[in-house]
Design a protein around this ligand. Structure first.
Ligand SMILES: Cc1cc2nc3c(=O)[nH]c(=O)nc-3n(C[C@H](O)[C@H](O)[C@H](O)COP(=O)(O)O)c2cc1C
Length: 182
């Protein structure tokens, strides 16, 4: 299988990335899978300009020539799309939202029939992002999986290290194993 990972956090190797790596460890346990990583924070990806150039058949290509073109081709080719992000103000990060908006070009063709693994770390609220993915999944025939992890202790008001999220790390690993064996 082929997977792409869209890393939404500007903080490399921190909470959402660590959960994601655990998922990939499980995935890679069975079979050989090709995984491509994308870090939008380090890429030149402009926001969607709403020009609707991508409406033009037959190719429905986005007219903006930037690093998003690498994500388009990898997305089309992939079986599994991992959306990994912390919650910033109740949603995925701005870096990942720009990628999501630019997916409009794929919504005309090629966005369909993927497996989405949505990995979210947060302090308070995760529902808005979970709700968005649930809402679009049936239309695009997407098989949807979530690993959500609260990295915050309400009692002390302090952030928790991801290493303390033992259950969620295991959940990510088992999900990887399950999908890797399919
Ligand atoms: C600028 C900023 C805004 C944040 N806003 C929210 C928020 O609205 N809701 C929430 O649950 N967590 C919020 N958080 C907490 C992060 O989602 C949480 O610490 C997450 O585990 C960080 O993941 P990362 O280590 O992968 O970046 C915010 C963090 C930052 C830095």
């Amino acid at each position: 299988m082929k997977a792409i990972v869209l890393h939404g956090s500007p903080r490399k190797n921190m909470n959402s990335d660590t959960l994601t790596m655990r998922f990939l460890e499980g995935l890679n346990e069975k079979g050989s899978h090709e995984v491509k990583h994308f870090y939008p924070n380090e890429m030149d990806i402009k926001p969607c300009q709403g020009c609707l150039g991508c409406r033009t058949p037959p190719d429905h290509n986005c007219v903006i020539e930037d690093d998003m073109q690498h994500i388009y081709s990898a997305y089309m080719d992939a079986d599994i799309i991992v959306w990994a992000s912390p919650m910033y103000w109740g949603y995925i990060t701005a870096q990942l939202k720009v990628v999501q908006d630019r997916m409009e070009a794929l919504a005309w063709k090629g966005f369909y029939d993927k497996t989405f693994v949505v990995i979210l770390t947060y302090r308070h609220h995760v529902e808005s992002t979970v709700g968005m993915f649930k809402r679009i999944a049936p239309f695009f025939r997407i098989k949807l999986h979530f690993v959500t992890c609260k990295t915050y202790d309400e009692e002390t008001g302090k952030d928790l290290p991801i290493s303390s999220c033992v259950d969620e790390l295991e959940e990510a690993y088992v999900l990887g194993q399950t999908l890797g064996a399919e």
